[in-house]
Write a protein that binds this ligand. Structure first.
Ligand code: NAG
Ligand code: NAG
Ligand code: NAG
Ligand code: NAG
Ligand code: NAG
Ligand code: NAG
Length: 416
């Protein structure tokens, strides 16, 4: 190839930049031609021919053949056989039916009704990912592949995000696994809020399970997020994340991994309501747990009093969670670009003991080595933590007669 041609190609490579606009506001990511090619490749994998499409609020939800969903394009899942339902759900000693189900519902808020798409039999609803979604989400996704536990405050770095957290967690295991607990799941009734966040920020209420030796973790997260960087809007969405080590993983269905099995509630669904300060709020119940036979990790919710097994993270993609999680947490998580004020967490109020005035999770429990739900009782194994108490608080109620172990968390954020 002539020198001139090589030069021209190089120059082209450097010059082609694309600017994406969203709903009138510039989301403002400039990407290189190379990155654009990667994204086009990714979209080819993520887009499967829909059997049927629903359109709501400008977003397409496609019904995709359950066996042809993008998860199975993951190199390790080529021969994975879809598991249609959990072998069993964790045993729940506090429930009449002894298995985890809506019969255990006892909560201070109204159990929300999640959207229903009625996909034809054998198909599952997937929010259609568009190019803009992948471009917007890239920096924040990348910033979460790290050698540290995800709830640890990442050292501020100009490339990355500043993170703040307020949560209750199992401890002694984050850095130094001195006495790992055997944990096969975690659950809570989660109040739904809608904190105001700026376009590059994220504010979330999450359940976390993490496993792995020091410096390498498999992580799964589930709960709600307000994240214009992921969704291009300010709604509160049912959201997940997974990663393995420092390279693989993503939010929601932005990469092959999570297997959707429920035919009506997609990952990323918008909660139709939000709690208002001082009045009875809304909630859903979330449970992430390991299947006793397949060792896959399920994400199950109770919405409108109905138990819905949304789908699972196959064991293949999160190898450090195969035997057990050794670190779990319930709480709030925010991210913001460096040198910007941090967004509100929860409903933006500090914990003040009134369940209708602050964000909270009630009936916090974990799944023990016998696949039975347990109240986190031993005070030496659990503690609450806020990395910046000027901005975000966490409070804890030991034993509420109806609502078990309660955590209150949140705060206004600001210059933390
Ligand atoms: C973990 O162990 C290392 C060395 O063994 C020590 O330097 C570090 O302070 C410990 N971290 C915690 C959180 O205890
Ligand atoms: C979200 O809300 C913020 C603050 O009100 C606003 O600046 C931003 O434009 C909104 N983003 C979207 C995508 O609607
Ligand atoms: C859910 O069940 C609870 C307890 O049985 C009941 O009080 C509540 O009205 C039900 N909510 C809905 C949306 O059906
Ligand atoms: C998970 O991460 C570990 C450590 O980085 C790596 O050795 C392994 O290949 C990864 N597995 C998958 C499925 O990503
Ligand atoms: C956790 O670590 C602390 C400090 O190293 C120690 O005092 C405590 O006994 C440990 N708790 C458990 C449950 O191992
Ligand atoms: C955890 O909660 C207890 C009870 O509310 C409180 O006394 C303690 O200060 C909290 N710890 C942290 C680190 O916030």
């Amino acid at each position: 190839m002539s020198k001139l041609l090589t030069f021209l190609l190089l120059a082209l490579h450097c010059l082609i930049n694309i600017n994406y606009h969203h709903s009138g506001s510039v989301v403002g990511k400039v990407i290189s031609k190379e990155e654009e090619n990667d994204i086009d490749e990714q979209l080819k994998i993520l887009h499967k021919p829909p059997i049927k499409t629903f359109e709501t609020k400008g977003v397409n939800v496609d019904c995709i053949d359950i066996n042809k969903q993008p998860a199975f394009d993951h190199p390790l899942l080529k021969s994975h056989v879809v598991q249609l339902r959990p072998s069993s759900r964790p045993k729940d000693p506090s429930s009449k039916s002894s298995s985890w189900s809506s019969s255990r519902l006892q909560q201070p808020w109204e159990n929300v009704n999640l959207g229903s798409y009625a996909c034809p039999e054998g198909t599952v609803p997937l929010r259609r990912t568009i190019k803009e979604d992948l471009i917007r989400a890239k920096p924040i996704s990348k910033s979460l592949y790290s050698t540290t536990s995800i709830f640890q405050t990442a050292a501020p770095n100009p490339e990355s995000y500043v993170q703040h957290v307020a949560y209750r967690h199992s401890f002694n295991v984050t850095n130094n696994i001195t006495r790992p607990l055997v944990i096969h799941g975690i659950q809570a009734d989660i109040k739904i809020d809608n904190p105001p966040v700026q376009n590059d920020q994220l504010s979330a209420s999450l359940l976390l399970a993490e496993g792995g030796p020091k410096d390498t973790f498999s992580t799964i997260l589930a709960g709600w997020m307000v994240a214009p960087t992921l969704y291009g809007d300010n709604y509160t969405h049912l959201s997940i994340f997974w990663r393995n080590g420092t390279t693989n993983g993503c939010f929601n269905m932005l990469c092959p991994g999570f297997v959707q099995v429920d035919s009506s509630v997609p990952i990323g669904e918008v909660f139709p309501v939000k709690s208002e300060y001082g009045t009875r709020g809304y909630s859903f119940t979330g449970l992430i747990f390991q299947d006793v036979n397949s060792l896959n990790w399920w994400f199950t919710v109770i919405a409108n009093n109905v138990t819905i097994d949304i789908g699972y993270w196959p064991r293949e993609i999160i190898p450090f969670l195969t035997n057990t999680a050794n670190y779990v947490a319930w709480g709030g998580f925010v991210r913001t670009p460096p040198n910007t004020p941090s967004p509100p967490m929860g409903n933006g109020h500090f914990p003040e003991g009134d369940i209708n005035k602050v964000s909270a999770m009630v009936n916090t429990m974990y799944v023990d080595e016998k696949y039975t739900l347990q109240v986190p009782r031993n005070v030496y194994d659990w503690e609450n933590f806020s990395d910046n108490t000027d901005c975000y608080g966490i409070d804890f109620v030991e034993d509420h007669p109806d609502l078990g172990k309660i955590i209150f968390f949140g705060g206004p954020g600001g210059n933390c």
